[in-house]
Design a protein around this ligand. Structure first.
Ligand code: ZN
Ligand code: ZN
Length: 160
């Protein structure tokens, strides 16, 4: 089966003729997904809705996913669970933009949800991830992963 390249590209054209206040909710559940340009997520789940407002479309989303992280002590890859909740307003382009952080509803009616999904999920990525509470880290002199064995350098109990 061919891999879907833009699974989060969504046609919102049919919302444009709906009355203000109209809203629809969608659910997503991807066991594995690549969000361009650089995010691999597992178990991306959640729901989002688009609501028609006088200015455009309001996207509201609640998502969770497992991202590829790295232990900050030993630098080994590890999954990191993140959850996010956000809103994003897409304004009609005919309206004069008043705020710089607003997105426009694209001319072709397709919104690439991967862009906000990626941005907001990455915002939730913690800076410090530890693969296990007693992770010994790496040797700062030779890079040896001290969980796997010691090296010729003297470490005591210091952590990275
Ligand atoms: Zn570690
Ligand atoms: Zn060493």
């Amino acid at each position: 089966m061919e891999k879907i390249k833009h699974p989060l590209r969504t046609n919102v054209g049919h919302f444009l003729n709906k009355p203000v206040g109209y809203s629809r909710e969608f659910e997503i559940d991807f066991s594995e997904i690549f969000i361009e340009p650089d995010l691999n997520a597992n178990n991306l789940k959640g729901k989002y809705s688009f609501s028609r407002t006088s200015e455009g479309l309001l996207l509201q989303a609640e998502l969770e996913a497992d991202l590829e992280g790295q232990c900050s002590r030993c630098l080994e890859p590890m999954p990191v669970h993140v959850a996010t909740h956000f809103e994003e307003l897409y304004v009609f382009e005919t309206r004069i933009k008043e705020e710089l952080d607003e997105e426009e509803v694209p001319n072709d009616g397709y919104i690439e949800l991967g862009i906000p999904f990626r941005d907001y999920l990455l915002l939730e990525m913690p800076i410090n991830n530890i693969c296990r509470p007693d992770c010994k880290g790496i040797c700062l002199d030779c890079g040896q992963n001290l969980n796997l064995g010691s090296c010729e350098h003297n470490h005591g109990i210091e952590y990275l």
